[in-house]
Every structure is written in structure tokens, then in C-alpha cells.
Design a protein around this ligand. Structure first.
Ligand SMILES: [Zn+2]
Ligand SMILES: [Zn+2]
Length: 183
């Protein structure tokens, strides 16, 4: 696993699991492959529900908008999950850093990788660059997707073009109704 300087893969993996939770352990492993993780994980019976706990704890960080509270939650997670960084060159990936001990079950690896990756993302790109889609407040059909803001200007509000368009339509209708009332 290459945790790039911005922790991007790990945060996007967490958002992917949160947005579309796999039915079983194989589905979780498949998702780790999609973001470029190559390691095999020893199988443990509670891998699936324990990984769900990792994602729920991560969502608490997403929903903590105050930077200090956000940092406190992340520090607590890194204290339980992350070890000192170590250099490794497994699976022909080339030398890279791991933030955990060598042999660990899937949920523990993901907790370490996701917490350190999220900390890297927030400290290098900005503490505000992780939040729910701005369409979360729409009364009809709200969106609960997580936005990992890796844009250049750091002002991404919506999870998708679809949600941004829905909000634009709502604003337009509200303005039109306002104009009818004042006419
Ligand atoms: Zn690795
Ligand atoms: Zn959305």
C-alpha cells in the first residue's frame, strides 16, 4: 500500500466503503484491491462486522466539523491502531511506508491505514476537506455521501455533479417563487 503524501487512497477507500458497504469480507478485500492495496490479510471470523466499526468510527470524524474535535477523534484512533512507520518492499511494490505491525487482521490494517491517511489528507490539504455532501440538508431525498475534497481550490460542496445540479434547480425554483410572490 502506497500511502501517498496526501493520504488520498486511504481516505477514498473509507468513503467508498461508507457509501457502498460490501455484503461480505470478499467485497471489502476487492475494494482494497481497487485502490491499489496488494497485501493478503489473514482471515478472522469477525472481519466483516469489525471493519464496519472502523467505518462507523471514521464517519464520526467526518461528522465532527470542529477541527479540534476532529483531531481528538483521529488521535484516539491512531493511538489504538497505528504503530511507528516502517519501510517495507513486499509484493514487488517497491520500498514504501507502512504505519502498522507486519501481520494484522484486515480490520486492524484498515483502521491504521485509514486513520493515518485521513490525518495526512487533513493536515496537508486542509482540516475542512472532509464532510458530508451539501445536499445532506435537502428535505426531500437528502444525500448522505461523504465528500473527500481533493480539488485544487478546496471548495467542493457536493459529492457529485448530480447533487450540485439538484441544488441549483432548487435554488432556481426558490428564486422564481420569490419573484412571483413579490410581483
Ligand atoms: Zn504495502
Ligand atoms: Zn450528494
Amino acid at each position: 500500500m502506497h500511502l501517498n503524501p496526501y493520504g488520498e487512497y486511504a481516505v477514498l477507500l473509507a468513503a467508498s466503503l461508507a457509501g457502498d458497504w460490501p455484503d461480505d469480507r470478499d467485497g471489502i478485500v476487492a475494494r482494497t484491491r481497487e485502490v491499489g492495496m496488494t497485501m493478503d490479510f489473514p482471515t478472522a471470523p469477525e472481519d466483516h462486522p469489525r471493519t464496519r466499526e472502523v467505518i462507523d468510527d471514521w464517519l464520526a470524524i467526518v461528522d465532527a466539523s470542529d477541527p479540534r474535535e476532529r483531531a481528538r477523534l483521529l488521535n484516539a484512533q491512531m493511538a489504538t491502531a497505528a504503530a511507528y512507520p516502517r519501510l517495507t518492499d513486499h509484493d514487488g511494490e517497491g520500498w514504501h511506508l507502512h504505519y502498522r505491525d507486519e501481520v494484522q487482521p484486515l480490520p486492524d490494517v484498515l483502521r491504521a491505514v485509514i486513520s493515518v491517511g485521513t490525518a495526512l489528507h487533513l493536515t496537508t490539504r486542509g482540516m475542512h476537506r472532509l464532510h458530508r455532501c451539501a445536499a445532506a440538508g435537502i428535505p426531500t431525498n437528502p444525500c448522505s455521501a461523504v465528500v473527500v475534497d481533493i480539488t485544487r481550490n478546496g471548495r467542493q460542496q457536493y459529492c457529485s455533479v448530480r447533487c450540485a445540479n439538484r441544488a441549483a434547480v432548487r435554488r432556481h425554483r426558490a428564486r422564481a417563487a420569490q419573484q412571483r410572490r413579490s410581483a
